[in-house]
Structure formats: C-alpha cells, structure tokens
Design a binder for this molecule. Sequence first.
Ligand SMILES: Nc1ncnc2c1ncn2[C@@H]1O[C@H](COP(=O)(O)OP(=O)(O)OP(=O)(O)O)[C@@H](O)[C@H]1O
Length: 555
Amino acid sequence: MSDALQGLDDSQRAAALARGHSLVLAGPGSGKTRLLSAKARHLLDTESAGNLVAVSFTRDSATELLDRIGSGFAGRVLAGTFHALALQQSGTHRKRILDESGRVHYILRALQSTGVDMPVEAAIGAIDRFKSTMAPPPRDGDETRVFRAYQAEIKKHRLVDFQDILINAVDGMRKGRVPPLGVRWMLVDESQDMDDVQFAWISEHLKAGVEVTLVADDDQSIYGWRHALGYAGLTRFERDAQARRFVLEANYRCDPRIVAHSQRLITHNTERFDKRIKAKRPTNGYDTPVVTHAFESKVAEADAVAAFLGESPGEWGILARTNRRLDLLELACSARSISVVRLGGRSFWDHKPPAALLAFVEDLFRSDLGSGIARIGALVDEVEQDDIQRIHDGEKPEHKGLRELVAVAPQWAQLSPQAKRADLVLRAIAIWSEKHLHKRALALIGPALLHMARLDGSLERRVQFIKRARNKVKDTSAQTLPVLASLHSSKGLEWERVWIMGCEDGHVPHVEAPLDEERRLFYVGLTRAKDQLHLSYSLDNKSVASRFFAECEEA
Ligand SMILES: Nc1ncnc2c1ncn2[C@@H]1O[C@H](COP(=O)(O)OP(=O)(O)OP(=O)(O)O)[C@@H](O)[C@H]1O
C-alpha cells in the first residue's frame, strides 16, 4: 500500500483508490481533508505523469489542502478557488476586476440610466441570480433592463465583475477560446456548494477528459440563498459523469449521543442521499451530552451564557442564527470581563451606530463637541446630509432632533466628568435616541446604552473599558477564548463544547428561509460539538422552542 494511504479507514481508502469519476459523500467529522490530501498524494505517487488540481471555495482551504498534500510533487499540483483558477486560465488582468464598491457604483448608474425604480439591493440580487444560474434574463422587464445596462456599462470600461471571471472561462472553453486547465485529475472540496456556473466549469473539464472527484455533504448544503445546487447538483454530476458513489459514514468528531441527536434531525429532510453516520469515538465524561435551556428573555439568555462561560472555561463555540444575538452575548461577556473572540473579527462596537455612540460619549467627556454629534446625528430618522454638514460648519441644523441634540449636548458634556452623573447622562441620551433615531440604529444603540449603564465609574472609564474589550474580540491568536460565530460561519469548525443560542421557533428555523435548508444549518451547528452541546431559547414575545428540538428526539 502506498504511504499516502496510511491512516485511512476502509471507506476512505476505497474512495482514495478509486479511479474514474467519483462522488464521495462524506458526513460531518468524517475526515474530508484527510481523504482529499491522501487521494492527491496517492495519484501523484503512483502515476509518474499528469498534473492534479484541487479546487476549493475559500483561499484558506485551498492553502490548507496544498499544505497537506505536501511538497515533493514540484509543478504537478495546482490548488485554488474556482475564481483564482479561472483567472489563471483566461489571463484576465486583476486590475480589470471590479471590487464590491465598484460593482455597486455601476449598478447605481444602470438604475439611473434606465430610470428603473428599484432598490439597489434588489438590483444586486437580480444580477447575481442571472449570473450564478447562468439563466438568460427574460426578454424584457425592469430586472433585464438594469442587467443589460450594467453589463454594457462595465464592458464599455473594459471591466469584469467577480462572477464574470468564471462565466467567461466557461464560455471561452465552450467556444474553444480558452483551454481547460492542463490537468489529469481534479478534486473538488465542499462540492455541495457549487452553483450552476461552477458546475458548468467542472463539466467543461469532464468533457476535456479530466478525471473528476467531488467530495461533498449534501446535508451540509447551507448556501441555497447564494444559488448553491446542493443535492440536485450532486445527483446531476453523478448522472452526467456516470460517477461511482462512495459514502464516508464514520464520524470521528462527536460524542455518539450527539451523532444520534443530529442524525434524527437530518432524516426529516427528504431530498438527500441516505447515509448511516456511525460514531467512531467513545463518549467523553459528560452525563448529559445535550442540554437544553429556556430563558425569560434574550438578555437573560445572554447573561446566563456569559455566566456559564465564566464558571466553566474551556474550548467553546457559541453559535447563533444571526450576529445580532451574538452582539448581546458579547456585551454580557464584556460586562463580566470575559474575553471572547468574534469570528470574522467584527465586534458589536464596530457597527456604525454603537461606534457613533462611543465617539459621541468620548466627545462629551472631552467637552469637544463636533464630530461625535455629527456621527450620532447621522443616525437620526429622515435626516438630510446638508443638515449634518451644518453641524460640521457650526450652523444651526433644521431637523428638530438635531436641533435638540445640539442644544442639550453641552449640558451633558458639563455633567460627563462626574462619575455620579454618568447614569443621568446615559438616560438622557436614551430618551433622545428613542425619540429621534432611525429604528434600525436604535436596535443597536439600545443594547449599547444598556451595556454602558451596567458598567461602573465615569463615562471615560466606561468607554475605555469597552475599547479594551473590543480589541480582545479581534485577537484570534488566543485559542482558548470562547469563539462567537454565526451558524453559517461555524461550518468546517469544531469545539469541545458548543452552545447554540436563540433556538426559538421562527428564528431557528428562520421564518423567511426554506425549512430544509434551515434544518441543514442547524445540523451543521449540532455537529460542531465534540463533547457537549447546549441549546437555548428565550420565552419573550411568547416564543417557543424550535421545532427542531422535537425532531432531534424522534426520527
Ligand atoms: N481514518 C481516521 N482515523 C482517525 N481519525 C480520523 C480519520 N479520518 C479523519 N479523522 C479525524 O476526524 C476529525 C474530523 O475530520 P475533519 O475535520 O476533516 O472532518 P470533516 O469531514 O471536514 O467534517 P465537517 O464536514 O463536519 O467539517 C479530525 O480530527 C480527523 O483527524
């Protein structure tokens, strides 16, 4: 047996040894990376001719795969994301690729030139949809007009957007203008996430004679909203390529009772490949590997989780459906001086409204009123930019809310240095905010003010305390700190203990999302836990526990 296959179990070995096109269905914790790197090394070891490409969805996983394949195959291994590989293929100069703000700029121009009255988000969504599904836009209609105007505009400036890179490569291969990658083998990771364009790109390589292996877990397909094909794409590949199917059913990560819990849930989905996931590791100490909690309110939930983290340190992943829910936890942890890491590095205080509030309060205790007032003033409902400029210019603004702010802020500034007046100032800011701020801004300013009110000392001390906590949130080098992550961004990660907050029905599953996909998302969350899983929900607004709780109990 080749060295490359050492350490693989029987199913992994069979998949690694297989030749011809194959579809490897691999459950959570089944060792996808181990299989992919072993298969790559085995092919390169046993065949003296031919190059291999490993395709991933993120630059990080491409790099990890390349590292695990290892050196020693000089010039024979290529690894990258679909887009990076297509870029190499078509030779598009990086300078010609539009960044996100450039794209929005040209979409706004297209809206203007066509006179179509449509929110920019809707136009972005329509353009994304036409491009990711490779579906020609309908012959007419507002979306089509905006799409055509946008394409014409960027073409005129000899630009391409991110999606065009891959579309152009597919189009070029179909027309014989762009050569397929010069490889003999293609291994694709996380293939459940491919959209129509990525599928077409793989298909062109199939036609060119490349031997393709897709590794995927249809049960972990959570990007349907980004047009990922999931199960449907995998069945299409299996049929088109006449691929052999392999199933990796061992789970090396989770306590057997967590495996059972998650399996009962996922079998409620019907459009999926049948798999019988088997736990491969022993149970680990905890009497109750799955614990559920109900709390009176979202704030009480965040406080309780923070208290638990304080008393029970260790490797924790705290997950939630939305980042808003994690914001509450970040604040509760900060109030208890518990350091946490926010995955993605974005602290609650980096959002525009809380950042503006901090700047404003800093201005108050420095008695240097100006930019802070303008920043918080910009959050006022129906405010005009000209009015904000008036504040900068030292003139009287026209908006009632801004006039009030400019009038009272100097009085607040006078009180601010006194520690015993700090709560009074915060209360006054809260009353003004409730009266004048935009609803979306208020949703963040409310918890921010509440947090500041719960701290001790002068406003200056409180702001410094918050800033210190915010810096720690970004320090990902400290591995043992609890990690706060959205369910989506937890994919591919694992912790000894996982706590999923906000499991109210309507939030998990989210009312606006397809039920099957929400079930897969929850499944991803459950299967991140090695030893213990905590699930919690709040009872406010007459909420009840997620229907998934019951599904986890019965098959
Ligand atoms: N044959 C094996 N024997 C022992 N341990 C294994 C084997 N294969 C994989 N593992 C271990 O299983 C764990 C899970 O592997 P990995 O993180 O690659 O899972 P995964 O398939 O990517 O899971 P997910 O899709 O849930 O993110 C790792 O710690 C890995 O070392």
